[in-house]
Write a protein that binds this ligand. Structure first.
Ligand code: NOJ
Length: 758
């Protein structure tokens, strides 16, 4: 048996800090929780820490199988705290009745589900929504998702995913807000506020779960579930800020990550969970493991059996065991033998019960199972919101000779590509309970927008991919069958303009979908080149869940519209942009590499001792001999149908000291012919620090609408707090010295100035 390696005194001290934080809330919830705990048996307490995935239709018979039988019995005996993957007012009511009506204390279960970017009405994947740089839009997505999920009996979503990701090979980049800690923090907070509202007892809100804690986005080589080997500086300065933003926003729960961090699996990582999350940040909600991540510590090689894994996890601060089957029943015997302090169990139970009370489940365990879903699901209001967020998420990457926007009249538009009439791919991965083929396709969107439908023709071209709905199956990509290629080229020849849909099937990105190549797959490149050979006016509409390596495309086609996986209203939203009914304003939340070999690539990198100032630089600098160091499209990049001019950058002071606020102002003029929205971005660089500092860091942004010809003065305030970082001393502080500052349209362009912190 593995010995408890942490000092008992330290643990008890931390447990008391945690519990006193809850007590200090001053509400009567803590009294009710303490009263309940005092009446619970050890077995009932450990049962609260167990979360089961549903294994049968709650309305049907219990199937054979040890775990299913055990789950059924335990729910009835009051020995199951939670279920995931159960959904539907009827099913959740049945399960809840089983727990509440049969068990000794009638403690309700909490039902969780991956409601990531919508439930029935599907919004853009989170990476796309982050490209909107629109806090209200992101909050709205989460708000609507919460309403629909709550109406279907759910209490809790496993979102937002706040992993900073710099490597497009990682399949899960689609679930997060990209590479930047500041943008990531803003988007994380917006989602927590959207899901939870101001009040968890409101029947239209659900508890959120910030995941994954922590550093999952740093898996080596972008390979899912791999190790993350980062030091404290990267952990604190890059990985943790969005997690902290969630904690500050009052997120109810956190989820562990599968990876190890510097040799210690996150699930058994006391530094992350006890020192930082529950200690420094005073987080008083609970931590759920990721799926079986407690048990997986056996495979990481830090626990010899389930009991050792349970001891590591509970000691580190993981409160609920998602499908690891380690806590129950092992912790019972371990407490009885004196191997685990019961105070650790009490702390975990206290946290879980507190959230159940905050959700109002003790007042009415069925409070989420009473709503009329017909009025809520896919309502006209929700679809309109989905369309609005979708068009805000689109990024215009190229628009040579102003090919876009397209005219709705007198032009023959050939819509080409298997993805163009795909009604499933736009829903993306992790689409809640969004049914298959429920999206408005690109083709439908274009046809909806024009009066004369005969102007919009369609050729599928070669089949791109077969979309297999079964869980755990890989997308089958067609590499050989060229049927349809000739017809597609003929259609392109005959058209005034080609709208060519290329990119990724919805299940090419997401969990377990890491890729070693991130260019066009199958016969897409061949189709692209064949179409470009016969028509100069090619607009590529990209659909994808990650940045892609598209250098050839960027050089040879006239226009590229990044549409990601935009959700239920994808086709209508893309048509809004292609025809100019909406002027695009999205900006990339992740750099697009020129080739996969540049990954990980991100704008806020370190300078190194041998910086490469430009692409043709001296060879003994940090560069590749066969490729540029810069990305194809950088973080923050995105075009509009109008143009913006920046001038007159002014700082209120050259020198600032603690307590000062630096005022930054710039004039922004819409110099084009269309009204439009620009995302004005403010970056800084701290030139010399006690630890190395990034060459640029986003510190603020503003989304500004300007009429054609209009000029506005855009103002920012920068405080010394904004200059702080986790320093060599191991504290958050701003260090005196010179700072550079840029205000501009993306991370690689902008007006520059400087100031000094005295
Ligand atoms: C595993 C994923 O990593 C996590 O994000 C998700 O919430 C759980 N499975 C539950 O589905």
């Amino acid at each position: 048996m593995l010995k408890n390696t942490f000092s008992a005194i330290l643990i008890i001290g931390l447990v008391m800090v945690g519990s006193s934080a809850i007590m200090a809330k001053g509400d009567d919830i803590s009294n009710k929780v303490e009263d309940l705990i005092s009446r619970m048996t050890l077995e009932e307490k450990v049962g609260q820490l167990q979360q089961y995935s549903t294994r049968w239709e709650m309305t049907g018979p219990v199937p054979d199988g040890k775990v299913a039988q055990e789950m059924h019995k335990n729910i009835k005996d009051g020995l199951a705290g939670s279920m995931l993957n159960i959904a539907g007012a009827e099913a959740t009511r049945k399960a809840q009745e089983m727990a509440v009506n049969n068990s000794r204390l009638g403690i309700p279960m909490i039902f969780g589900y991956d409601v990531v970017h919508g439930y029935k009405t599907i919004f853009p994947i989170p990476l796309a929504a982050a490209a909107s740089w629109d806090v209200e839009a992101v909050k709205t997505s989460a708000r609507v998702a919460a309403k629909e999920a709550a109406a279907d009996g759910l209490h809790w979503t496993f979102a937002p995913m706040v992993d900073i990701s710099r490597d497009a090979r990682w399949g899960r980049v689609m679930e997060g807000a990209g590479e930047d800690p500041y943008l990531g923090s803003v988007m994380a907070k917006a989602q927590v506020e959207g899901f939870q509202g101001g009040d968890l007892t409101d029947e239209t809100t659900i508890a959120a779960c910030a995941k994954h804690f922590a550093a999952y986005g740093f898996v080596e080589g972008g390979r899912d579930y791999n190790i993350a080997d980062i030091g404290e500086s990267t952990l604190r300065n890059v990985v943790l800020p969005p997690c902290k933003a969630c904690s500050d926003a009052g997120v109810a729960t956190f989820m562990n990550s599968f990876n190890e961090v510097d040799g210690i699996p996150a699930t058994g990582n006391a530094h992350l969970l006890r020192d930082i999350l529950k200690g420094e940040w005073g987080f008083d909600g609970f931590v759920v493991s990721d799926w079986a991540s407690i048990d997986e510590m056996r495979f990481h090689g830090v626990a010899a059996n389930k009991s050792e894994a349970a001891l590591l996890a509970i000691t580190a601060g993981s409160d609920m065991d998602m499908e690891g089957h380690c806590y129950f029943p092992n912790l019972i015997g371990m407490v009885e033998k004196g191997e685990v302090d019961e105070a650790l169990i009490d702390d975990a139970v206290r946290r879980i019960l507190t959230i159940k009370f905050r959700l109002g489940l003790f007042d009415d365990p069925y409070r989420y199972c009473n709503q009329n879903v017909e009025e809520v699901f896919l309502s006209a209001e929700h679809l309109e919101k989905a369309r609005d967020v979708a068009r805000k998420s689109i990024v215009l990457l190229k628009n040579e000779n102003q090919l876009l926007p397209l005219s709705k009249e007198n032009k023959k538009i050939a819509v080409i590509g298997d993805l163009a009439d795909d009604k499933d791919t736009p829903l993306g991965n992790w689409r809640g309970r969004g049914g298959r083929n429920m999206a408005v396709s690109l083709l439908e969107g274009l046809q909806n927008a024009v009066e004369n439908k005969s102007l919009v023709t369609f050729e599928q071209g070669p089949v791109f991919a077969e979309n297999l709905p079964q869980f755990g199956t890989l997308v089958q990509i067609n590499e050989t069958d060229r049927t349809g290629l000739t017809e597609a080229v003929e259609a392109a020849k005959d058209a005034d303009v080609v709208v060519l849909a290329l990119g990724e099937n919805c299940f090419q990105s997401g969990e377990a979908r890491s890729q070693s190549e991130i260019g066009l797959k199958g016969l897409q490149q061949e189709l692209l080149e064949a179409v470009c050979a016969v028509n100069k006016n090619v607009v590529v509409v990209l659909m994808n869940g990650r940045p892609m390596a598209i250098s050839w495309m960027a050089e040879h086609v006239s226009a590229i519209v990044e549409s990601w996986h935009l959700g239920s209203e994808a086709g209508n939203a893309i048509a809004d942009v292609l025809f100019g009914d909406y002027n695009p304003s999205g900006k990339l939340p992740m750099s697009f590499p020129r080739t996969v070999g540049q990954c990980p690539i991100y704008y806020n990198h370190k300078n190194t001792g041998r910086p490469a100032e430009n692409e043709e630089d001296y060879m003994f600098t940090t560069r590749y001999v066969d490729e540029k160091v810069s990305p194809l499209f950088s973080f923050g990049y995105g075009l509009s149908y109008t143009t913006f001019d920046y001038s007159g950058l002014e700082l209120s002071n050259r020198d600032i000291t603690k307590g000062d606020t630096l005022k930054v102002a710039v004039n922004l003029k819409n110099t084009g012919e269309m009204d439009g929205t620009e995302v004005v971005q403010l970056y800084i660089r701290d030139l010399v620090g006690s630890v190395t500092r990034p060459v640029k860091e986003l510190k603020n942004f503003k989304k500004v609408f300007l009429k054609s010809g209009e000029t506005k003065k855009i103002e920012f305030e920068l405080t010394v707090e904004d200059l702080t970082f986790y320093s060599k001393k191991g504290v958050w502080e701003a260090e005196p010295g010179e700072f550079h500052l840029w205000v501009g349209t993306n991370s690689s362009e902008g007006l520059q100035s400087q100031f000094y912190l005295k």
